[in-house]
Ligand binder design. Structure first.
Ligand code: G6P
Length: 537
């Protein structure tokens, strides 16, 4: 089964771009891995970043070793699978497992409460996959240290419970070898966000119970189409993304509500935001919005519904979206394989961790919410702050909400006992800070995005800093009551989480973007208050 791309009303604009690309021989050149397609500056990086084109074939070599691991995990009764990995090292397994409905606990957070919840769940039956291409990502390194300590404290040998996926030669490969962990080496010629069909996508998903051979089969079925000028879904989709951005429609609303595939927009978000959001250009994916509103927005659906849509199985979708993103990069004139601005916030975080953070006095306090930042018009309360932020969004701009909180906390608010599905969903929405996206979206014609920190730093974070400077930023942090120390490090997760928030806000403020931080001194009451205020705006 292949992938079908339906372009709806956008067909005319996409066709013109597609014709130009075909005329220049781009579709075949990309399918054959030509590293010159993005210009001489991008060539050195492209030379070591096109391995994803062949993963449907090359990743098959991993399957026997993966099958042995799966057999061991089943035989030992390890039924709680935890994946520690950020961005490209966890987003694909999350979609794969959600789509196949197999449970996987993803740790891509520094929130102490969220990590504590995972630690408290069946530690005696837990297997942890630690995934990091670079082997140096601070969040993933922290999770590894925390689980090593927890296993030791419980009298469990970490070498029986930790499996590592990394690139050859990374510091993680070395330390894992010394610790006696099983290590899967990934193809180093594949960048993180293009690694869905590599060991990064396959190992944790298979351990959780997904059928990963099928993903490769589905990708292999679509691969021959990618060299064609006609009937090439990757070319059609890439031409659409490029043509829309050139025409000023650079906000891509991604929807999958009626699809068999569960959660692909979050994976696409990283792929497109990090690949295109640079040099003041880029495409901003918007996940969770109902429909396109402003003149700078359009919608692409995953699955059989909608005018503009991409239909087909997950393995093939991964490859087609990757190919399309590389095509869009060529159309926009950017290098789709680097992420030049991601390091800035990380460096700021490192500096903040070395000394005590400078917080300063809040601009105002409204109940359980402290407001930090500068805003025009002397806001007196939280409602004024939110209104001022919405007014600050420039033409063709956007509001980004970035919450450094526990993304599963709202599930704790589920009513017990007799509640039906609707009541439960309502209770979750009322306790979920992500609901703020829809409440503010309703009050503006501009795009509103929502990201969980620090997860989004490895995704839309690149676009915020490297893309068009038209963002307005609302950051949310919260008090930590039960912190988690990071063994062997002089900080706790709570301190790291706050340093990440402050590090990123520093990077945004240095660009003179309107930026406010709301700090919830009581998380539950703070979320409830914030949602209540937003509802009344
Ligand atoms: O796999 P890792 O090396 O730990 O990297 C995880 C993530 O880190 C960085 O933020 C990159 O910009 C992402 O593209 C990458 O997916």
């Amino acid at each position: 089964m292949g992938v079908e791309v339906y372009l709806g009303d956008a067909a005319g604009a996409a066709d013109a771009v597609r014709g130009e690309l075909a005329g220049a021989g781009v579709p075949r050149a990309l399918a054959e891995g030509d590293p010159t397609l993005w210009g001489p500056e991008a060539q050195p990086e492209a030379e070591i970043r096109l391995g994803w084109l062949n993963l449907a074939r090359t990743s098959r070599e991993l399957l026997p070793e993966i099958a042995k691991l799966v057999e061991r995990v089943r035989a030992e009764g390890l039924d709680h699978v935890v994946l520690a990995g950020m961005g490209g090292s966890s987003l694909a397994p999350e979609v794969i497992c959600a789509t196949e409905d197999v449970p996987l606990t993803v740790l891509d957070t520094t929130d102490p409460g969220q990590v504590r919840r995972a630690l408290g769940d069946r530690l005696d039956r837990t297997i942890v996959v630690v995934s990091s291409k670079s082997g140096g990502t601070v969040e993933t390194d922290s999770h590894r240290r925390i689980y090593e300590q927890a296993f030791r404290d419980a009298g469990i040998d970490p070498a029986d419970r930790i499996v590592v996926v990394t690139d050859p030669g990374s510091p993680l490969e070395k330390s894992a070898g010394e610790a006696g962990y099983q290590v899967f080496l990934a193809d180093p010629n594949v960048g993180g966000r293009y690694s869905a069909l590599s060991a990064f996508g396959l190992v944790p998903s298979a351990v959780a119970g997904a059928d990963v051979a099928r993903l490769l089969d589905d990708a292999a079925a679509v691969q021959p189409l990618l060299a064609r000028d006609e009937g090439n879904p990757g070319l059609d989709l890439g031409a659409l993304l490029g043509a829309m951005a050139l025409a000023g429609k650079d906000k891509l609303i991604l929807r999958d509500s009626l699809s068999d595939i569960n959660g692909l927009p979050d994976w696409i978000e990283q792929l497109i935001a990090e690949s295109t959001g640079k040099s003041g250009k880029g495409i901003l994916p918007v996940v969770g919005a109902e429909s396109a509103e402003g003149p700078d927005q359009y919608t692409v659906n995953i699955g059989a519904e909608g005018d503009v849509r991409v239909e087909g199985p997950l393995g093939a979708q991964f490859l087609v979206w990757e190919y399309a993103t590389a095509i869009a990069g060529r159309v926009l004139g950017i290098d789709p394989f680097n992420q030049p601005n991601v390091a800035e916030s990380k460096e700021n975080t490192g500096k903040i961790l070395e000394s005590a953070p400078e917080i300063g006095a809040p601009l105002l306090v409204d109940g359980p919410v402290e407001v930090y930042g500068e805003l025009p018009g002397h806001p007196k309360n939280l409602a004024d702050v939110l209104t001022a932020l919405l007014h600050a969004i420039p033409e063709r701009g956007y509001l980004a909400i970035m919450a450094y909180l526990d993304r599963e906390a709202a599930y704790d608010a589920a009513p017990l006992g007799t509640a039906d599905f609707e009541q439960t969903a309502e209770a979750w929405a009322a306790a979920d800070v992500a609901t703020l996206r829809a409440l503010l979206d309703y009050r503006t014609g501009h795009a509103v995005t929502f990201g969980w920190g620090p997860r989004f730093l490895h995704s839309t974070g690149q676009f915020h800093k490297g893309g068009p400077q038209s963002g307005v930023f609302l950051q949310i942090t919260g008090a930590v009551s039960d912190d988690v120390p990071v063994p062997g490090r002089p900080y706790t997760l709570g301190r790291l989480q706050l340093a990440q928030a402050l590090g990123d806000i520093g990077a945004l403020r240095s660009r003179n973007r309107p930026t406010v931080r709301l700090h919830l001194t009581d998380r539950v009451a703070g979320v409830a208050h914030l949602l209540a205020v937003a509802e009344e705006l």
